[in-house]
Structures are given as structure tokens and as C-alpha cells.
Design a protein around this ligand. Structure first.
Ligand SMILES: [Zn+2]
Length: 138
């Protein structure tokens, strides 16, 4: 898929204008019709995060022992959130548990590009807000 196609996927699900990661989580929870909860746990050193599709909720777990910064944490949450979106778009395609390790896997590549696009949407919003703030409060 071209970058435009990925942006179209975000737009088709109301994720091309979200101002924050929390807002994106709300949108995906709305699509799924169930909560998407983000937690943290020590998962050892082989993964950055994981997604668990439970019967009543989606759980995103960030690995406390491999996260290096807030920005990294946000990217990991965005990546796992795009696994949830992917499962919503095509339930056949996704497993119930996704570990972030195999970038040679087509699902992992697709999800990673979607996550990068989503973070661009959010950073663009942050950049705009920053410029407005400095304009309004010089
Ligand atoms: Zn993944």
C-alpha cells in the first residue's frame, strides 16, 4: 500500500484528525464497541508491547522494561492500537494476541506504517497547538 492508502484507512475510521493518542484510543474503542485499556507490565526484554483481544475488552500492555522514552511508549501504544484496528477491519486477519517482534510479517509491517501515520497526525496537531499557543501568548 502507498502512504496515501494508509492515510485513507485512518480517514475511513475517523482517525485522520485525532488530536491525541487518548482520542485515537476512544475512536477505536467506539469502533469495537468495547473498552480499549492500556496498562504496563514487565514483559522481559524481547517485546515492546502486546495486544490481548479478550472477550469483553482489548488490552494493550506496554513493556516497562524496554520502553526508553514517553515518545517511544506512545509509539508502542499506537502500534498495538493499530493491531486492534486491523482486527476490527478484518477479524480473520488478526490473532488474539500480537507481540511486537516480527517485522518481516506483513501484518506487522502494515500495522507499523499505520502507527507511524497515526503519530504523524497527532504530532501535526501538537505542532499546530504549539504554534497557536505561542501566537496567543507571545
Ligand atoms: Zn505488532
Amino acid at each position: 500500500m502507498s502512504p496515501d492508502r494508509y492515510r485513507d484507512v485512518l480517514a475511513a475510521h475517523g482517525l485522520d484528525r485525532v488530536p491525541s493518542l487518548d482520542a485515537a484510543i476512544e475512536v477505536v474503542a467506539g469502533l469495537r464497541g468495547r473498552p480499549v485499556e492500556v496498562g504496563a507490565a514487565d514483559l522481559g526484554d524481547s517485546v515492546w508491547g502486546m495486544w490481548l483481544g479478550l472477550p469483553e475488552s482489548d488490552q494493550i500492555v506496554v513493556n516497562t522494561s524496554s520502553i526508553v522514552s514517553d515518545r517511544h511508549r506512545e509509539h508502542v501504544v499506537a502500534h498495538e492500537l493499530m493491531h486492534v484496528l486491523d482486527a476490527h477491519i478484518d477479524p480473520e486477519r488478526a490473532g488474539t494476541c500480537a507481540m511486537r517482534t516480527h517485522f518481516d510479517d506483513p501484518t506487522e509491517r502494515r500495522v507499523e506504517v499505520l502507527a507511524s501515520e497515526l503519530m504523524l497526525v497527532i504530532s501535526a496537531h501538537r505542532g499546530l497547538r504549539g504554534r497557536l499557543d505561542s501566537f496567543l501568548r507571545p
